[in-house]
Design a protein around this ligand. Structure first.
Ligand code: TYM
Length: 349
């Protein structure tokens, strides 16, 4: 039997290069060798209160982007999270075994809670702010229990491998902990402990173009798969750099390292080496580096963009794909949920 692979992406906008290299490109490569399920996490998107008028079109965009990037619905099961009501029930049941403390210590929770409360500082002591905040700013409980919902997505399909970027590793660690805890509390071997998957490499963190941290939808530093050629070139040409190396073999600053990292993902090893050598001997011209980088990114994104434009308005095709996917994913989810209900002592009269 093939191992089960499951992964998803939140329905919060179009997909960027971080999503592509951290997740989507791996989905496409895995679909031939594993029993794959890929979904669109619309329930997770609700934690940050999207405009209800936009949510459905965001789901549709990601679906079109999955297909355009090469996920084949005949090989992999593609579905929308909210089409599987069993997930919501297992979320309630699993929460009975999840500690508030461990959820509050999760890095992604602290980050988003700070954002929701409008706190800028990096102080770790946000618990007080969360409990003591009497203004009408609040941190919603869905945000706190985000990792439970993610664990349920994975465990309900009994997945072994979960291809995700580096930023999701803490959530995966929690998923393994919840699986172990459930199994040992009830003395069963129901849930496998899932692992990240990177074809033997290390998990990637795709940097943004602003010289600082990772590429992210809320950071405004993204290159999107759907970006037009002109827009994409402009973004790359505007990427933050530094004043250039002053002497041979200078250390590489963060903004330049970020451009090299993007090159590692998109350019040939020879091209990358050529620019690294030019940096080392101070002959590098950042304008040339950026031109080359834009060229190499476009080689990957433009064909995907064309297919997105082809697919995104084919409503009949899109709904056929997710209806068929939901049917397959639900059948498996219902089976696991029934096992959990029995294990926990919930029986029908
Ligand atoms: P989300 O929507 O934030 O991101 C989707 C995927 O893209 C990866 N990613 C990145 N990888 C490398 N560098 C980056 N800059 C970058 N930005 C995003 C993420 O690691 C992720 O793999 N919680 C998940 C969605 C989810 C899920 C799941 C994933 C819900 N349930 C079950 C796997 C299994 C999330 O917010 O991803």
């Amino acid at each position: 039997m093939k191992e089960v692979v499951l992964s998803g992406i939140r329905a919060t906008g179009n997909l960027h290069l971080g999503n592509y290299f951290g997740a989507l490109s791996k989905f496409v490569r895995m679909q031939n060798d594993y029993d794959c399920l890929f979904f669109i996490a619309d329930l997770h998107a609700l934690t940050t209160h999207p405009d209800p008028k936009m949510l459905h079109s965001n789901v549709k965009n990601i679906l079109a982007e999955y297909l355009a990037a090469g996920i084949d619905p005949e090989k992999a099961t593609i579905f929308v999270q909210s089409d599987i009501p069993e997930i919501s029930e297992l979320y309630l049941l699993l929460n009975m075994h999840v500690g508030i403390g461990e959820l509050m210590r999760t890095a992604s929770f602290k980050d988003k809670a700070r954002k929701q409360l409008g706190i800028k500082s990096d102080s770790d002591d946000i618990e007080k702010e969360i409990i003591g905040n009497e203004s009408n700013k609040r941190v919603n409980a869905g945000l706190l229990t985000y990792p439970t919902l993610m664990a349920v997505d994975i465990l309900i399909q009994k997945a072994h491998k979960v291809p995700v970027g580096k930023d999701q590793e803490q959530h995966l660690e929690l998923t393994r902990r919840f699986a172990r805890r459930f199994n040992s509390f009830y003395g069963v071997e129901l849930f496998p402990e899932p692992e990240n998957f990177n074809f033997g490499g290390t998990p990637v963190k795709v940097p943004g173009l602003d010289g600082s941290g990772k590429m992210g939808k809320s950071e405004g530093n993204c290159i999107y798969l759907i970006d037009e050629e002109k827009v994409l070139r402009k973004k790359v040409m505007r990427a933050v750099t530094d004043e250039g190396p002053k002497e041979p073999n200078s250390p590489v600053s963060q903004p330049i390292q970020n451009l090299f990292t993007l090159m590692e993902l998109t350019s040939s090893p020879e091209t990358l080496q050529q620019f690294r050598d030019a940096y080392a001997d101070c002959s590098i011209r950042y304008g040339d580096l950026k031109k080359q980088l834009a060229e190499d990114i476009l080689r990957i994104t433009l064909p995907i963009r064309e297919r997105i434009l082809d697919i995104q308005n084919d409503d009949a095709y899109l709904s056929r794909v997710v209806r068929q996917g939901a049917e397959r994913a639900r059948e498996r989810a219902a089976k696991t949920l029934q096992e959990v209900r029995e294990i926990m002592g919930i029986r029908k009269f």
